[in-house]
Design a binder for this molecule. Structure first.
Ligand SMILES: [Zn+2]
Length: 73
């Protein structure tokens, strides 16, 4: 079997390496713009780098009580 190994989706570079880390604020909740996984500032700060479990590094701030509805597609 000559099965080619395709790169994992999460490994695709989405931004220059020189991009500064996502700024985090105490008590804030962040949502991955890719998979929608929510995490807290506390969790992010415990990681070596700001990164979602899916590998994406772009988060948007989520307000605890006021959830802003965005159009999906
Ligand atoms: Zn994610």
């Amino acid at each position: 079997m000559a099965e080619t190994q395709s790169p994992q989706p999460g490994e695709a570079p989405i931004a220059p390496a020189a991009e500064p880390p996502v700024k985090v604020f105490p008590g804030a909740v962040y949502e991955c713009v890719r998979c929608g996984t929510r995490t807290t500032q506390e969790e992010l700060s415990s990681l070596p780098e700001v990164k979602c479990i899916c590998g994406y590094r772009v988060f948007r701030k989520v307000r605890p009580s006021v959830v802003k509805q965005i159009k999906a597609v």
